[in-house]
Design a protein around this ligand. Structure first.
Ligand SMILES: Nc1nc2c(ncn2[C@@H]2O[C@H](COP(=O)(O)OP(=O)(O)OP(=O)(O)O)[C@@H](O)[C@H]2O)c(=O)[nH]1
Ligand SMILES: [Mg+2]
Length: 235
């Protein structure tokens, strides 16, 4: 099952679903939409009429990326039938064509990360500043947190359902990039090993980024908080 949080992604949905269907057949998809003002949920419902493997969790208002993922994960775990779940963005930054490899790797690995920072991976459509920011953020986070993965802010991540059951999802509070790190941090603490495979991340072409100053600050603070706990022996 794929979990795709959406906020104002109306123009991306049809292309996204068609590329997922082309690459991964009838893989079920759970969209988690926060009452997007642009009518993303209506577009999802329109496609649902012809595709029985599309599900929609409609939330009343913008609750944040992290909580959308958490709610989606909890709903799928409650269903108790999906052996794995894969979170990806709706803006086509995560190539649907990499799904078959991710699904194959999930048969033997508890957590699989579509990574920009392993050999063969990368990002297209970024200027030097954005490359430097993302790369630097990953090194910063890796040194401070000690999480053994190359792409800590990666948002294209697959989990075996039983692995997610090891976490207390309600205790994960972050909303932006920090959510990606906090998930990986908790998995690492639970003794889980990460499998990374290369993906080429593509900058969004349609719709707007939801990146905010608050998300940036949260992303800077999370590794600092972990570092503090490591130093003071509170882990
Ligand atoms: N349900 C829900 N989805 C969200 C929310 N914020 C972001 N999203 C979705 O989460 C995914 C990632 O958000 P993006 O805006 O692409 O954030 P980003 O990838 O950090 O930023 P860019 O690289 O500029 O695209 C997209 O599918 C968004 O539509 C939210 O508050 N609620
Ligand atoms: Mg994006």
């Amino acid at each position: 099952m794929l979990i795709i949080p959406t906020y104002n992604e109306r123009d991306n949905i049809a292309t996204l679903v068609s590329r997922i269907r082309g690459a991964a057949g009838n893989e079920p998809i759970l969209f988690v939409d926060d009452n997007s003002p642009d009518g993303t949920a209506d577009e999802i419902r329109r496609i649902q009429a012809t595709d029985a493997n599309i599900h929609l969790l409609a939330r009343p208002g913008k609750g944040g990326f992290g909580s959308a993922c958490r709610d989606g994960m909890k709903k799928i775990l409650q269903g108790n039938v999906d052996p794995y779940m894969i979170q990806m963005d709706a803006d086509l930054s995560h190539p649907p064509e990499s799904l078959p490899r991710m699904i194959e790797l999930l048969k033997t690995n508890p957590v699989v990360i579509g990574s920009r920072y392993v050999s063969g991976g990368g990002a297209n459509g970024w200027d030097f500043r954005r490359h430097a920011l993302s790369f630097g953020a990953n090194i910063y986070a890796r040194i401070l947190t000690g999480i053994p993965a190359h792409d800590l802010t990666a948002g294209f991540v697959g989990y075996q359902a039983n692995t997610l059951r090891l976490l207390k999802l309600e205790e994960i509070r972050s909303e932006g990039y920090a959510f990606q790190m906090e998930m990986k941090f908790n998995l690492h603490r639970a003794g889980i090993r990460f499998c990374e495979f290369p993906i080429i991340f593509l900058e969004r072409r349609s719709g707007k980024s939801k990146f905010t100053r608050k998300i940036l600050l949260e992303g800077i603070r999370f590794p600092l908080g972990v570092m503090e706990k490591r130093i003071t022996g509170r882990l």
